[in-house]
Design a protein around this ligand. Structure first.
Ligand code: HEC
Ligand code: HEC
Ligand code: HEC
Ligand code: HEC
Ligand code: HEC
Ligand code: HEC
Length: 275
């Protein structure tokens, strides 16, 4: 049914109000109270199993199939981000890849692994596995998560799993290429020193480690699309922008530990600045 509450003009007026509000709030360096308001927009942590679990329904909805569910937590335990986001060409923006059944049946995207050899197949046949992706309910997946997470180092947010610690302790050993191992070029010496991303605000220093990220990601995951390679060249590199899914927030709001976990980036921060 059509909604008559806002006419076209109503919508324009509303968007003007929003634009003005956004301008007022974000056009200059946020002072403390503004920043607190910005930080309050971080969504609360949902159920651990759900973080990084995507429900893909762009094409399924029209076709009358249940949404295809893609859990990052189970796949990242087996493969590094580079396998899917470089080698197989999945986008890091949900919905962006535009995966269709025709593509994955011919061996692209999900079909590169879900071929009956590496993982259960996408093909039609005597045994159909359609429901294992096109899930009518997620109870079994949630149970699988609980069993998996129990063995992993704990973190407060995101999946409730400290993935960095799991990697360091060999709790997970994701492979770097579809075919098994791949020679990864050594990281240039000068990038081995963690970079200080300074800010004017007290105790908000961030140490960014290229080395830690290079374990999972290639340079092209971040340069030049997310970060300008020229130090400090990345414009408007603030918390607001991070929170709205830019810069660090491209990953650290969706798959890697989320922005709620202040201390993991701001080691000197004593707690939360939230009231
Ligand atoms: C490995 C996971 C996986 C399996 C197994 C799988 N699918 Fe899909 N399927 C997907 C994904 C991902 C999409 C795209 C979802 C989207 O964005 O809407 C999709 C989309 C579809 C669509 C939407 C139409 C289109 O052109 O894309 C249909 C229909 C479909 N699948 C049928 C099936 C059938 C039938 C089976 C079993 C024989 C099956 N799928 C098995 C992952 C899977
Ligand atoms: C097995 C394959 C696979 C692996 C491994 C993988 N991803 Fe993804 N990722 C996907 C798929 C599929 C999508 C959805 C793409 C689409 O909808 O077009 C996605 C989407 C994303 C998104 C967007 C999510 C959103 O909600 O907007 C981010 C961010 C992301 N991945 C980061 C990562 C990071 C970081 C890693 C490594 C820790 C990783 N991915 C590992 C397959 C993978
Ligand atoms: C790089 C390889 C790879 C890609 C790409 C991949 N998967 Fe998987 N997936 C696996 C493996 C390996 C398993 C576990 C083996 C099995 O259960 O047969 C798995 C299992 C799953 C499961 C069952 C739950 C679990 O994790 O055990 C779902 C659901 C799933 N995949 C969905 C997808 C969808 C949807 C896509 C594409 C958007 C996709 N996968 C792409 C390798 C992959
Ligand atoms: C997870 C994201 C990420 C990955 C992956 C990544 N970088 Fe960076 N890189 C950054 C950030 C953030 C900066 C700082 C940008 C700024 O301050 O504007 C940076 C800065 C740099 C700089 C400037 C350093 C300086 O001291 O001036 C160089 C050079 C660089 N990266 C090279 C690389 C190379 C080579 C790789 C692959 C081996 C790589 N980066 C992988 C995020 C990344
Ligand atoms: C392309 C994806 C991506 C981007 C962009 C990114 N990260 Fe990460 N980062 C990861 C992944 C994946 C991990 C591994 C831990 C996890 O998944 O929770 C990680 C780990 C870290 C860790 C290590 C935590 C620990 O306990 O050892 C820190 C600190 C960190 N990131 C800070 C940053 C900062 C600051 C930025 C922005 C300048 C940034 N990251 C941008 C993907 C990303
Ligand atoms: C994934 C890493 C990451 C996490 C988690 C994170 N921050 Fe930040 N934060 C940054 C980066 C990057 C900057 C900008 C650094 C720069 O200016 O070079 C920043 C800047 C700041 C600043 C300086 C002022 C400003 O407007 O940019 C404050 C204050 C701050 N963060 C507070 C917080 C609080 C509070 C939390 C937890 C709710 C948090 N941050 C979580 C990465 C992070």
């Amino acid at each position: 049914m059509k909604d008559y509450r806002f006419g076209k003009n109503g919508i324009m007026a509303l968007s003007l109000v929003i634009t003005v509000l956004v301008r007022v709030c974000f056009s200059h360096a946020a002072d403390r109270s503004e920043l607190v308001n910005v930080i309050k927009t971080i969504p609360p942590n949902g159920p651990f199993w759900k973080y990084g679990t995507l429900e893909m329904r762009r094409k399924t909805k029209k076709a009358g199939m249940a949404a295809a569910v893609f859990p990052h937590w189970s796949h990242r335990a087996r493969y590094t981000c580079r396998v899917c986001h470089e080698e197989l060409g999945f986008s890091m923006r949900a919905g962006d890849t535009g995966i269709s059944r025709a593509q994955y049946v011919s061996g692209k995207y999900c079909g590169a692994c879900h071929n009956g050899v590496t993982a259960f197949t996408v093909q039609e046949g005597a045994v159909r596995h359609c429901d294992r992706c096109h899930m009518k309910d997620t109870a079994a997946l949630e149970k699988q998560f609980d069993a998996f997470a129990e063995k992993m180092p704990f973190a407060k947010f995101g999946n409730g799993i400290d993935w960095a610690a799991a990697l360091r302790a060999d709790g997970i050993r994701p492979q770097n290429a579809l075919s098994g191992e791949k020679e990864i070029l050594p990281l240039p010496e000068k990038l081995k020193v963690p970079m200080k991303l300074g800010t004017a605000a007290p105790r908000s220093d961030v140490a960014f480690s290229h080395e830690e990220h290079y374990l999972e990601l290639d340079c092209s995951a971040c340069h030049p699309d997310i970060f300008n390679i020229k130090m400090k060249g990345t414009k408007a590199f603030t918390m607001e922008n991070n929170i709205f899914g830019n810069y660090c927030g491209v990953c650290h709001m969706r798959v890697a530990f989320p922005m709620n976990d202040c201390k993991r980036c701001h080691a000197q921060m004593s707690g939360s600045i939230l009231p």
